[in-house]
Design a protein around this ligand. Structure first.
Ligand SMILES: Nc1ncnc2c1ncn2[C@@H]1O[C@H](COP(=O)(O)OP(=O)(O)O)[C@@H](O)[C@H]1O
Ligand SMILES: [Mg+2]
Length: 237
């Protein structure tokens, strides 16, 4: 579904992503893991064209999307749930979700209603709090809102950048359960995480990034069982 070839990202003299290649197949959960500064966020942001690429090619469903505008990429069916949530604090929950549907390729009202019901079904707490300001939600609820807003776009491929960052352990569990549910809805997911152990538990395959390069890739199960990788990335002695 998504093929990334020799992707490069530079910030001035800093080579943040040094020519990586990977793919995501339909209905997979693929995880990109690696420590802070490895280049995971830069990878996602450059595929979405929120930052420029210094080189490489991105093909989505057989179409070259390397140079499309971010809004055009969204319309192709790729949605990006960014690191740090970025909801609108002074809009209500429902208004935040409406803002999500604004960029939808099918802007009819019927689609909006159907998508809203789907988001509320997945996250009942958002329905309970639909009239509450986004900024008054807890961290976990804000993450749900950011994900829900992405779902309003009817994406087929979703990028999640550190969805569990800064959440209490019980909320981390919840967010990962929801991510699995979203896959069960038929979506394809590319999940970036520092919480490698949790990400590998729900993923089909994983790529390990280190200082801008992919140093290892395998099924999630094999990565978890590799003693060297387990020690380096999963904190297992
Ligand atoms: N806007 C930026 N300007 C300069 N350097 C950046 C910028 N964003 C990220 N970097 C650098 O690029 C590298 C990769 O960062 P990032 O993609 O955020 O990694 P990760 O998401 O894996 O933590 C880091 O060395 C980081 O300091
Ligand atoms: Mg990051």
């Amino acid at each position: 579904m998504l093929q990334v070839e020799d992707l490069r990202v530079n910030y001035g003299q800093i080579n943040a992503v040094k020519g990586i290649s990977f793919e995501v197949k339909e209905k997979e959960i693929v995880t990109l893991i690696g420590s802070n500064g490895a280049g995971k966020t830069s990878t996602l942001r450059s595929i979405s064209n929120l930052i420029g690429k210094s080189g490489g090619k991105v093909v989505f469903k057989g179409e070259d999307i390397t140079r499309l505008k971010p809004s055009e990429i969204v319309k192709k069916g790729i949605c990006h749930v960014p690191e740090g949530r970025h909801i609108f604090p002074f809009l209500t929950v429902e208004e935040n979700l409406f803002m999500g549907s604004y960029a939808n390729k099918n802007p009819e009202k019927s689609n909006y209603k159907k998508n809203l019901e789907e988001v509320y079904f997945l996250f009942p707490v958002l329905k309970e709090r639909r009239k509450q300001m986004g900024g008054t939600l807890s961290g976990g609820e804000q993450q749900m809102l950011a994900i829900g807003r992405g779902l309003m776009l009817e994406p087929t491929l979703i990028f999640f950048d550190e969805p569990s960052l800064g959440l209490a352990p019980i909320l981390v569990e919840q967010i990962f359960k929801h991510i699995e549910k979203i896959r069960d809805m038929g979506k394809t997911l590319l999940l970036v995480e520092q919480n490698a152990r949790k990400a590998l538990k729900i993923a089909d395959r994983g790529y390990v990034m280190e200082t801008g390069k992919i140093v290892f890739s395998d099924t999630a199960e094999n990565i978890t069982q590799d003693p060297k990788l387990a020690k380096a990335y999963l904190g297992i002695a």
